[in-house]
Design a protein around this ligand. Sequence first.
Ligand code: IPM
Ligand code: MG
Length: 357
Amino acid sequence: MKNYNITLLRGDGIGPEIVNEAVKVLDVTAEKYGFKVNYTDALLGGCAIDETGVPLPQETIDKCKASDSVLLGAVGGPKWDTLPGKNRPEAGLLGIRGALGLFANLRPAVIFEPLKDASPLRADIVGGALDIMIVRELTGGIYFGERGTLVENGMEAAYDTEKYSVAEIERIGRVAFDMAMKRNKKLTSVDKANVLDSSRLWRKTMIRLSEEYPEVELNHLYVDNCAMQLVRDPKQFDVIVTSNIFGDILSDEASQISGSIGMLASASLNSTKLGLYEPIHGSAPDIAGKGIANPLATILSVAMMLRYSLDEPAAADAIERAVSEVLDTTRTPDIYTEGTRKVSTSEMGDAVCALIR
Ligand code: IPM
Ligand code: MG
């Protein structure tokens, strides 16, 4: 029987509750599809700061590197908000991405049919087939560039730098072109090439790469225009590829358009099969411990893990099917509508498990 080792980074806020449900679902799926999963816990974010003084202990990096895949809940919360930049929970998240070389971040923004009224956009704009895959570069650019604070003319100043090499652009470009080949063969590269040198290199490199993918229709948008197009006509997009900072911003926008922020999963991949899977939403400290958090994004992150890291596509399909089915009848408070059953975090996990069994 196949055996997979998964590191769990439960994190902060609602992280532990939603990871519990995802583990429940993964165990039931494993039993049904004939594989076994072993779990190891490791600390990341605020809980790591509390226990070890740092947001990303070396032990966590070692455990993640030794596993087949990593499942993350969420990190951060008001308790750690006043810490200096490099000691914050977010630094742990950026650190683990860097340490594992997770350069490719896949963020799908899809509308679940039963939740189609939840989008803040009119039904004629989003209705039917909103299914966007944002491919965000995750270990380069301004979030990892040189930065500093200094005193200039007697006044405090600070700077951050955006820098990309051809190699960095090519490897994220390949992930995006490959993704487009598996989907509708349409790729939008987003940059700010009318202003930034790094964007001009980005665009030139994407154009050169496109020669290797003659079937993919490549177009380019400036990031400000893309932000506008996402609300004007989101259905024009298939795959979007962009830099770390632009992808951070546009993926939040796209997730909100889908109306399903509590439903969206993500994958962060390196050049091996090792990946880190996490819901797109944050740690929601205001509802932590109340048993009302929606675990479906984390459960769907497990489906992505099965698909991209563990090569268990049938098991991934089963989870995705169960999630779309469960929505017909069963809802956590964030997505509740009249006529459905309002359930707790763990009841939602149980309902998904029941459909998989
Ligand atoms: C995200 C988050 C992180 C990021 C923060 C918490 C560092 O916003 O995953 O999108 O900017 O990458
Ligand atoms: Mg973000």
